[in-house]
Each structure stands twice: as structure tokens, then as C-alpha cells.
Ligand binder design. Structure first.
Ligand SMILES: [Zn+2]
Length: 317
């Protein structure tokens, strides 16, 4: 993969016919600067919840959300395979790709909308909440997909419930321990990744269970800690019924960019009216330039006709 500027990139704005093509577009994308996602996993994370027993062919979600008791439209989704089933199917497979946009990971959508995604990585330096950023999104009525790590939820149960109950936001799974998703122990930004198919299962489904209780339904989207995957781990994610997600635009460089840089990087999506873009930033670093950068960029993008949607409205079921 070639070098890539931290600011992300934009290409192939139109005529994206489908998921298979999206994956092709995604190949070769390398973005640096995800420092906020590069925090070490918690020193002594709790064990993921016990894997649910293999269920029936389909399961129905609860009809009430855990937070706020809002009714939830029942949906039927295939029950995910068990941990033992995942290990049996994937343990013998050798990964051939490693990075931010490997086969099976979605980096773009075919939508005319732009998707803003914000991660909350958790951990000792990553469990705060950027309320100013959330206030800006609410004030401008700009929807977003929030990828939330299990450690962050544990540190912010009330906030997590509030976000789950806010219709402006869609919550995605950002892993249980915030590990790069590998079946061979590959590392990213110095963080050791999961080391086998069973650990991949735990990283995904440990937080999935937490979030299902929080949201009243299972998240559909997953972003690995650091956003690094290998192709086998990406395949496991898909097999578990989640879409592994990367990005096209690195909006805040892991919450390291000053506000003017955030504004200019996010502002790049204006060139394509936002179409198809997935922008990554963070909402767990209130001392960063992220909130101010978005406060500057979003009114301009809205004036230019850019529209925003959560991932769930832009990717086919
Ligand atoms: Zn992260």
C-alpha cells in the first residue's frame, strides 16, 4: 500500500454500483494518524461476557430499549454463529492482507450523503466525552454514527444510554478491548491485536452483547480499535452479521489535528457534495481541535448542499 496523507482522500465520488465495487475502491487505502485510537487496551479488562449459546435460526430483538424505554421496531436477523463455530471455520485460514481497508471492509458508500463517524475508544486517556462536538451536531441536526468501545461504555454508562436513546445518533461497535482485529497477533500503533479467531470473536461479540443491552438491538456496524484488520478477521466480522467499517477521510488525525486542520480536512468532502464519504473523527477527546473544527466546517458544508446520514441509511442491509 502506498503512502497516504493523514488528511484522508477523496476519489471515485459517483457511479458506485454496489458493495463489491466499494470493496475494490477501498483496497489500497492507507491513512495515518489515528493516535486517539492508539491507546493501549485497558490493563486488566474484564473478560468478555460468555458467548451466547448458538441460537435458533433467527432471533427477535427486545421491543423496548434499555434506555428511555422507547419502543423499538422488532427486526429479525440471523443468529450469529457461536464462538466454537467461528473457530472451526476460520482457525485454519491465513490472512494475506493487513491494514485500514482490506477485503471485506467497507470504506465508502454508494449514497449521495456523507457519513460522519466519531469513535469513543475508551481506556485511561480515552474515556471522556466531547460534549461541545455533540452539541454542535444536535444544533445543526447533523446525524452521525458513533463507534463506542466497551471500556468507554463502562466508564460512561449514563452517557452511553443517552446516546443510544438519541435518534440523531446511530451506535456502532468499537470493540471490547479496542484491539486491532487480527487472527495472528499483528499490531497497529504499538497495540497488540487479537491473536486468533477466538479472540476476534471475543473482541466483537463481547462489546456486541454490552451494546445490545444498551440499545435494545444489536449494532450492525463494527470498527476495530485503530481501524486495522486482516482479511480473515474482516471475514469473521461479516460472518457475525456486522459490517466492518473503515473510512475515506481522516477528519481529526486521531484527535491530534488543530481545529483549522480538522475544518479543512472535513471540508474536503464538499468537492463531491459529500457523496459516498465516510469521515472518521473522535468524540472522546474534548481537549482536541475536533469540536471547533466541525463547528467551523459543518455550516459551510450544509450551505453548499452537502447532506449527511448515518451509516445505516447509506449501506444496504
Ligand atoms: Zn478507537
Amino acid at each position: 500500500m502506498g503512502e497516504f496523507q493523514p488528511g484522508g482522500h477523496s476519489s471515485g465520488q459517483s457511479g458506485l454500483p454496489g458493495r463489491r465495487s466499494l470493496l475494490a475502491v477501498a483496497a489500497g487505502l492507507v491513512v495515518t494518524g489515528l493516535a486517539a485510537c492508539a491507546q493501549q487496551p485497558a490493563a486488566a479488562p474484564a473478560q468478555p461476557p460468555a458467548a451466547p449459546a448458538p441460537g435458533p435460526a433467527s432471533v427477535s430483538t427486545p421491543v423496548m430499549e434499555a434506555a428511555g424505554q422507547h419502543p423499538v421496531v422488532p427486526e429479525t436477523r440471523p443468529a450469529p454463529p457461536s464462538k466454537s463455530q467461528v473457530m472451526a471455520e476460520f482457525s485454519g485460514r491465513k490472512p494475506v492482507e493487513w491494514g485500514l481497508a482490506v477485503t471485506g471492509v467497507v470504506s465508502k458508500t454508494a449514497s449521495t450523503h456523507a457519513v460522519l463517524t466519531f469513535d469513543a475508544c475508551g481506556g485511561p486517556q480515552g474515556s471522556d466525552c466531547d460534549q461541545r462536538l455533540l452539541k454542535t451536531l444536535r444544533k445543526l441536526n447533523v446525524p452521525a454514527t458513533l463507534f463506542v468501545n466497551g471500556r468507554w461504555i463502562k466508564a460512561n454508562p449514563g452517557l452511553a444510554a443517552d446516546l443510544a436513546a438519541d435518534p440523531l445518533f446511530e451506535l456502532g461497535n468499537h470493540g471490547f478491548r479496542h484491539q486491532p482485529l487480527s487472527v495472528s497477533g499483528r499490531s497497529a500503533y504499538g497495540i497488540p491485536g487479537t491473536s486468533n479467531a477466538g479472540e476476534v470473536y471475543d473482541e466483537i461479540m463481547g462489546n456486541q452483547e454490552v451494546m445490545e443491552r444498551l440499545c435494545g438491538k444489536a449494532p450492525r456496524f463494527f470498527r476495530a480499535g485503530t481501524a486495522y484488520y486482516d482479511d480473515v478477521a474482516a471475514a469473521i466480522t461479516n460472518a457475525l452479521g456486522l459490517v466492518p467499517v473503515s473510512f475515506t477521510v481522516n477528519g481529526d488525525g486521531g484527535a491530534t489535528f488543530p481545529a483549522p486542520t480538522v475544518a479543512s480536512e472535513v471540508g474536503k468532502i464538499a468537492a463531491g457534495q459529500g457523496s459516498g464519504h465516510i469521515v472518521i473523527s473522535h468524540f472522546n477527546q474534548p481537549a482536541s481541535g475536533t469540536a471547533e473544527g466541525y463547528a467551523r466546517a459543518l455550516p459551510i458544508l450544509l450551505d453548499r448542499g452537502v447532506t449527511f446520514a448515518p451509516l445505516g441509511d447509506t449501506l444496504p442491509l
